[in-house]
Design a protein around this ligand. Structure first.
Ligand SMILES: *[C@@H]1O[C@H](CO)[C@@H](O)[C@H](O)[C@H]1NC(C)=O
Ligand SMILES: *[C@@H]1O[C@H](CO)[C@@H](O)[C@H](O)[C@H]1NC(C)=O
Ligand SMILES: *[C@@H]1O[C@H](CO)[C@@H](O)[C@H](O)[C@H]1NC(C)=O
Length: 546
């Protein structure tokens, strides 16, 4: 009897192949959503009433809110670190972001996350930004583990024209920067955030469930575009943000709204496909907002100090949430999580082996069980700008030369202003697509619970934010600054004088780490071979036939 039964099962398995049995053990899908230049104060999850982001917030309320999520302070370094599980300074990708006319890319000797997942049988798709190399075919995402890529290869493009401007030897030049796999995407039309959302939905809809899915949705929003048209959003969406006092921040708020809607659309698409209950969704920013300076987007990192391109908390401490189908993974996680940790953490989540020679730490078990984080140390090293910082436990030491204009408190005044009453947060949450999809899954939460969580997320500075430059510590050459970032999250009080032994130890660790650094080899040379006029006015590969 038993034998016959077993035989039947065996036969069934042969006939059905990836049948019912297999489906139950299907590895989880991963949808990794990365925002671009989104600051701490740009999502309502952190307590601000100005820009409601209910879809992003809900993934946190019904999943894990990463309260101390860190990344590198610039796009190219952060994305390199995410893909490799290594600090950017170890692969030579640190510092000033790649320009379109630079012949440089993430070394192809590095094995990256989509390649690991491909080996595990995943279908792998990149929608949106790449920014770790586009000068040669071998650097492109479709040569590095992604089955498909629809998006921009460089830092940003125009949200409607998909062009990027760069200053070259012949002056300011412009080229098309949007590609479908290896060819320019001349055929598409529309607002870039919508295009990326539509592509992501179409991938989810047509996904063949016999294999698990890895979808990286690397939005351009809310990054600024070219000078002269820095901020762009559909006019109706801007109009709907008329409670935002500052006109520039109002457009920024609309860009954020489109980004948040996109998250809701993706969750709904996973729900409709019936795979939300087997999908891990991560939403993070790549670095802090650019409140002033190059590529200004009027984002805000307040009350944190500093912007993108600075090692202060505003540049590196970011919004991050991880939603999983596990109902027990539902809390505010206070431990450190760094961008390098995603590769081992996600590989562990899908039951795969973790590579040894990386900087990332598998934090899956720590995060899911809400245990203390195995990460205790983080580095931010930029040999191009000349600064370096080390975080060790509660303390952070900042050394070298920082750009002062990116290292203070920005985003107050009219940028923070609200005209009249802000829109109802509770209404926005209840109307969101994510709320509906989570409800269907039995994962919705009481309104009181998320109002409370939101209050808990507000960072309290040790004193009123000081705009007085003389009162805060700026490192320079041999002068360094030490902060207790747990007690003083806004980095207002230099305590290096009180902890000379600790400073010595941290400096020694930093020096040792700097020995691992591969210099940012090519200086900011604009290769004339990259000129769009030579390539039918596109920023395509240009260095292959040297
Ligand atoms: C997810 O839900 C679908 C439809 O309700 C069900 O068939 C499937 O077994 C569930 N998967 C998991 C992993 O719970
Ligand atoms: C900081 O800048 C000074 C010149 O202003 C330079 O001499 C020094 O080497 C720089 N330090 C670092 C760590 O780059
Ligand atoms: C060159 O660009 C135009 C759009 O300006 C496009 O329609 C055309 O297909 C491109 N030609 C080639 C050979 O790619």
């Amino acid at each position: 009897m038993v034998t016959v039964y077993l035989l039947c099962i065996a036969l069934l398995s042969v006939v059905v192949g990836y049948g019912a049995d297999e489906a139950k053990t299907q590895k989880p899908n991963i949808v990794f959503i990365m925002a671009d230049d989104m600051g701490w104060n740009d999502i309502s999850l952190h307590g601000s009433d100005q820009i409601p982001t209910p879809n992003i917030d809900l993934l946190g309320y019904s999943g894990v809110i990463l309260e101390r999520y860190y990344s590198h302070c610039v796009c190219t370094p952060s994305r390199s670190a995410f893909l490799t599980g290594k600090y950017a300074h170890v692969t030579g990708m640190q510092g000033y972001p790649l320009t379109n006319s630079e012949d440089r890319g993430l070394p192809i000797t590095e094995k990256i996350l989509p390649q690991y997942l491909k080996e595990l049988g995943y279908a792998t798709h990149l929608v949106g930004k790449w920014h770790v190399g586009g000068s040669r075919r071998k650097y492109l995402p479709t040569k590095r583990g992604f089955d498909t890529h629809f998006g921009h290869r460089g830092g940003y493009v125009d949200y409607y024209e998909y062009t990027l401007e760069e200053t070259s030897s012949v002056g300011l030049v412009s080229g098309m920067g949007l590609f479908r796999n290896e060819t320019p995407a001349w055929d598409v039309e529309g607002y870039l955030t919508d295009l990326y959302t539509e592509e992501a939905i179409s991938i989810i809809k047509s996904h063949d469930e016999s294999s698990p899915l890895f979808l990286m949705l690397a939005h351009m929003a809310p990054h600024g575009s070219n000078d002269g048209a820095l901020l762009q959003a559909p006019v109706q969406t801007v109009r709907a943000m008329r409670h935002v006092e500052n006109p520039a921040r109002r457009i920024f708020a609309a860009m954020m709204k489109k980004l948040d809607d996109s998250v809701g659309d993706v969750v709904e698409a996973l729900d409709k496909k019936g795979i939300l209950n087997n999908t891990i969704i991560v939403f993070v920013s790549d670095n802090g907002a650019m409140t002033s300076g190059n590529s200004i987007n009027y984002g805000s990192n307040l009350p944190l100090r500093g912007l993108k391109m600075s090692p202060f908390e505003g540049g590196v401490r970011l919004g991050g949430v991880m939603w999983t189908p596990l109902p027990r993974a539902n809390h505010l996680y206070k431990g450190y999580v760094h961008v390098v940790d995603w590769l081992p953490t996600l590989l562990k989540a899908v039951g795969a082996d973790i590579p040894k020679d990386i900087d990332g730490i598998n934090l899956w078990d720590d995060i899911v069980a809400n245990k203390e984080s195995s990460r205790n140390e983080m580095f931010e090293i930029d040999d191009y700008s000349g600064f370096a910082s080390i975080t060790s436990g509660d303390f952070k030491l900042v050394t070298g030369n920082v750009t002062k204009a990116y290292s203070d408190f920005q985003g107050g005044g009219t940028l923070a202003g609200i005209i009249g009453k802000p829109p109802s947060y509770i209404d926005a949450v209840k109307k969101s697509k994510t709320f509906k999809s989570l409800e269907k899954l039995g994962r919705s939460l009481g309104v009181e619970r998320f109002t409370h969580a939101r209050q808990n997320m507000k960072i309290m500075c040790r004193e009123t934010i000081s705009y007085d430059e003389t009162k805060i510590c700026y490192p320079q050459n041999d002068k360094f600054c030490l902060f207790n970032i747990k007690e003083d999250p806004c980095e207002m009080k230099d305590i290096s004088g009180l902890h000379t032994d600790l400073v010595r130890k941290m400096l020694a660790r930093l020096t040792a780490e700097k020995n691992r650094l591969i210099p940012r080899t090519v200086p900011l040379f604009r290769d004339p071979k990259a000129l769009p006029a030579l390539h039918n006015f596109t920023w395509t590969i240009f260095a292959d036939n040297l």
